[in-house]
Design a protein around this ligand. Structure first.
Ligand code: HEM
Length: 412
């Protein structure tokens, strides 16, 4: 949990792994680093996310925090039956058809952002500010029906709120997260009212209609909480996939050149990037009944930190795990979790990265780091604070950009 550990947790994961697949780190506190055990625990019905009773026990005063209160009403932090009900409703609105239809939006937005970077000439640009943030925020806002003019507001609000996903948070960071939650809640209350007056073909309208058709299906608090989670979960994480992934690709020019020339390999590349440097490094679970995993007896109400980033580097699952190898067979990283809370936006996040990386490599052949990238001091959401790059002169001709052929389902 130290700043150095958050910036580079991988050596610590290896030390933890040396103590076994599931390690007791306190009286009721366990850490999971093994791929098979992490996967099994996330799918085991005896384990749930921290519910109100446990929050009362472990986080007294949480009801006073708008940030914790808000996230706790969303599907991310509820157990059955509330979780299953909300998840079904959101999945009904978040259909594969709606996601597939986003491909053209993703291509158009990525192209526009690359044009913007090229317009800056040879001066260094911050890849995060100029590409990795605005692309996912633009895409999720398009999906939710948030007007383009409002998008810049969200970066700070979401960055503030996601502080509460960290395993430890200071009172100052909590105050910042509470402020972000308040601003997001006010924003979505107004958007919900607007969509009620004038429905549109967007995800917000679909969720508002699920709420209004029968108040029992989605309460007003749940509607807002899930809209906020969709927005927040939808871009900070994807930003980190784009930022972490770009650094890895620039560090592996041969592999990057292959992806540039063969965008049809993008699905395998993206899954290996997700595995190699996972944008979400951990999640947590509470056991509701005694269980045994990794040879360790876990009493009821044990608290487990499931280290997704460590499981993705488990040498028993991935030979030479510290090597970036886009030709690795059967990658299936745990970066999107597993089981009932498996990321609802996984297909969208994959689509964005599968479009973005080949397009960046093709349109910006001179793309290079312009200085050392700086990590954010966060463990749960692993990413960079700044990522200075120079983009060179761009491709010889920008007339025929075509559509990258990534995301075809092909793996290398
Ligand atoms: C690279 C990008 C992403 C990563 C690494 C990621 C990772 C995750 C993980 C690990 C979980 C499970 C948390 C747990 O089990 O406790 C999760 C859940 C979730 N994610 Fe993502 N996510 C990404 C992108 C997105 C996008 C684009 C969206 C929406 C547009 C999204 C929406 C959600 C939602 C709603 C949940 C909660 C699902 C539930 O609790 O049933 N995520 N995500």
């Amino acid at each position: 949990m130290s700043p150095a550990g958050r910036v580079d947790p991988y050596p610590t994961y290896e030390q933890l792994r040396g103590h076994g697949p599931v390690v007791q780190a306190g009286p009721v506190f366990y850490v999971v680093t093994d791929y098979a055990e992490a996967d099994a625990i996330l799918r085991d019905a005896r384990f749930g996310v921290m519910d109100d009773n446990l929050r009362d026990q472990f986080l007294p005063g949480w009801r006073e925090s708008p940030a914790v209160l808000s996230i706790s009403r969303s599907m991310l932090r509820t157990n059955p039956p509330d979780h299953s009900r909300m998840r079904r409703l959101a999945a009904g609105a978040f259909t594969p058809r709606r996601i597939a239809a986003m491909r053209d939006v993703v291509v158009a937005q990525a192209d526009e952002l690359i044009d913007g970077m090229l317009a800056r000439g040879r001066a260094p640009v911050d890849f995060l500010a100029d590409f990795a943030y605005p692309l996912p925020v633009g895409v999720i806002c398009a999906l939710l029906g948030v007007p383009a003019a409002d998008r810049p507001l969200f970066r700070r609000w979401a960055t503030d709120l996601t502080g509460i996903l960290e395993p430890e948070i200071t009172p100052e960071e909590l105050a910042v997260a509470d402020r972000g939650a308040g601003e997001l809640r006010d924003y979505f209350s107004a958007l919900v009212a607007a969509r009620r007056r004038a429905p549109a073909d967007d995800l917000t309208t679909a969720l508002v209609q699920a709420h209004d058709s029968d108040g029992d299906r989605l309460s007003g608090d749940e509607l807002l909480a899930n809209l906020i989670v969709l927005l927040v979960a939808g871009f900070e994480t994807t930003t980190n996939l784009l930022g972490n992934g770009l650094v890895v690709l620039l560090d592996h020019p041969r592999e990057a050149a292959t992806l540039r020339d063969h965008p049809e390999f993008a699905p395998g590349y993206v899954d290996e990037l997700l595995r190699y440097d996972s944008p979400v490094q951990l999640t947590s679970r509470m056991s509701t009944a005694p269980a045994r995993h990794g040879g360790v007896d876990l009493p009821a109400e044990s608290w487990l930190i499931v280290m997704l980033g460590a499981a993705n580097r488990d040498p028993r699952r991935y030979p030479e795990p510290q090597r970036f190898d886009p030709w690795r067979p059967q990658v299936h990283p745990l970066s999107f979790g597993a089981g009932p809370h498996y990321c609802l936006g996984a297909a969208l996040a994959r689509l964005e990265a599968q479009v973005a990386f080949p397009l960046l490599l093709r349109r910006l052949p001179g793309l290079a780091l312009a200085g050392p990238p700086e990590r954010r001091i966060r463990l749960t959401l692993r990413g960079y604070a700044t990522l200075p790059v120079t983009v060179g002169d761009g491709e010889a001709s920008v007339v025929d950009r075509g559509t990258p052929a990534g995301a075809t389902g092909a793996t290398p």
